[in-house]
Design a protein around this ligand. Structure first.
Ligand code: SAM
Length: 197
């Protein structure tokens, strides 16, 4: 599923055309639903802050906001076109006051240290030019009590896993296969990074 989604997206230049990407991204809807369910089950208090890194057209933050209206959700993406599209969707959904979207490189975030209670990222990490820098920044902006969940193609997560162990010795790092349905091939995994001190 993700490789098809990916190859076609590139072929169609969809990463520069958010509406086209958004149509292709329907293939990932089961994974998105799983991410949203995981966030909804995380036991976060109202007012907690969640970041989606590499948000694309912002489908995950918008679905989190619908599932957990008390959370403050933000999405960042390198692509200005994706962020413009995500902002339009937030206006259409009437959630612009509690879902924010910002153009940013995951390896160069403008948030203060310890801003977020939970950080998620879906099918984006394998695009990051500087995986070590991305992991370092996510580690910096997550609260000491927070967690980082990176969902991506299982084999592509090796780089992030190695980077997490290298840049964050005071973290628990774990990886688990994510199955999104009865026909799931187990190609997707979640890397969990949890500060320990
Ligand atoms: C395959 S799309 C996934 C989008 C969304 N998370 C989803 O699941 O539909 C990958 C996204 O990662 C973004 N991206 C790539 N490198 C990035 C970086 N260094 N910092 C932030 N976003 C990045 C791309 O612009 C693209 O929107």
């Amino acid at each position: 599923m993700p490789s098809l989604h990916h190859a076609r997206a590139h072929k169609a230049g969809a990463f520069r055309h958010p509406a086209a990407y958004d149509r292709l991204a329907r293939r990932a809807r089961r994974l998105h639903a799983r991410v949203v369910a995981d966030v909804a089950a995380a036991g976060l208090a109202d007012g907690a802050r969640v970041l989606d890194a590499g948000t694309g057209p912002g489908r995950v933050p918008l679905a989190i906001a619908a599932a957990r209206p008390g959370l403050r959700v933000e999405g960042i993406d390198l692509s200005g076109e994706m962020i413009e599209h995500a902002r339009r969707l937030a206006v259409d959904a009437g959630v612009r006051d509690r879902v924010g979207f910002t153009v940013s490189d995951v390896a160069d975030l403008s948030y203060p240290d310890g801003t977020f209670d939970l950080i998620v990222s879906t099918l984006s990490q394998h695009h990051w030019a500087d995986v070590g820098g991305g992991i370092r920044e996510l580690r910096r902006v997550v609260k000491p009590t927070g967690q980082i969940w990176i969902y991506d193609i299982r084999f592509a997560l090796r780089r992030a896993e190695a980077a997490a162990r290298a840049v964050s010795p005071r973290c628990d790092v774990g990886k688990e296969v994510v199955r999104t349905g009865p026909l799931s091939l187990g190609l997707i995994a979640r890397l969990t990074i949890r500060p320990t001190g």
